[in-house]
Design a protein around this ligand. Structure first.
Ligand SMILES: C[S@@+](CC[C@H](N)C(=O)[O-])C[C@H]1O[C@@H](n2cnc3c(N)ncnc32)[C@H](O)[C@@H]1O
Length: 243
């Protein structure tokens, strides 16, 4: 069965999602890190550590971190013996990442502007591809996943961290309340963007999570696809391999 992928856009139903996403992240880049930690009450740090654990479990001479944003996963992975490439659509998010990398004196991260749906790499280039909180924002999710499969080496690993939806009472109800009221309120006040933090819960709701996402990975050529629900299912860690 073909998985439905809804395309929620930040600003307007009309026009390119990619252009709107780039504009939105450029706009909130300076406050993104603070808001991330504030709105998740710091839990996001633990989730990113789990990504690093998944990288460590396989050969990882080189890692491509797609939708790297302000570079938190790339920076966390820089302690490993690996060469990391962080790629993102938003130059201003990358500027924040560049400043953090330079302040820390990190030398094994390269940061480049690019599009996940048209990756500037040859087939079979990377041991590992990671994406944290990025796939939900892709204009063409299938194309993005197929591109990741293409640039992975045979046997290479894809690691995706993405919001999901808790299924059980009372976390489901509490999460819904938080997402529909507190998150848009604090997001707007702190980021100054009236759109970004209403787009966030809407895009989480529309995202084909769980079994649907596993099926999508399978239809894009990935094998041994798995999901670990984190923190009552608020987010999920997906792993998949290129055969
Ligand atoms: C929510 S942020 C996540 C940043 C970072 N990975 C993290 O965990 O904090 C989403 C990022 O995805 C990027 N993005 C969205 N669509 C993209 C695409 N098609 N290609 C590359 N980056 C994209 C955005 O520019 C933004 O920086």
């Amino acid at each position: 069965m073909k998985v439905e992928v809804q395309n929620i856009k930040p600003y307007s139903e009309e026009g390119s999602k990619k252009v709107q996403i780039e504009e939105m992240f450029d706009d909130i880049s300076k406050r993104y890190d603070f808001l991330n930690h504030f709105l998740s009450m710091g839990i996001d740090r633990g989730w990113r550590k789990k990504v690093i654990k998944e990288i460590k479990a396989v050969p990882h001479h080189n890692v491509l971190d797609i939708a790297t944003g302000t570079g938190d996963v790339a920076i966390a992975a820089s302690g490993l013996d690996t060469q990391i490439t962080g790629l993102d659509l938003s130059e201003k998010m990358l500027d924040v990442a560049r400043e953090k990398v330079s302040k820390r004196g990190i030398t094994n991260i390269e940061l480049i502007k690019g599009d996940s749906e048209n990756l500037p790499y040859e087939d079979g280039t990377f041991d590992v591809v990671t994406v944290s909180f990025g796939v939900r924002n892709f204009e063409d999710l299938r194309k993005g996943l197929t591109e990741m499969q293409r640039v992975l080496k045979p046997g290479g690993k894809l690691i995706i961290l993405e919001f999901s939806y808790p299924a059980k009472f009372p976390v489901k109800q509490l999460y819904h309340f938080y997402n529909s009221t507190l998150l848009p309120f604090f997001g707007k006040v702190i980021s100054g963007s009236s759109t970004a933090y209403t787009y966030l819960p809407e895009s989480v709701k529309a995202f084909p999570e769980g079994q649907n996402f596993l099926d999508l990975l399978g239809s894009c050529g990935f094998e041994n696809n798995g999901q670990k629900r984190l923190t009552f299912g608020i987010s999920s860690l997906y792993t998949a391999f290129k055969g």
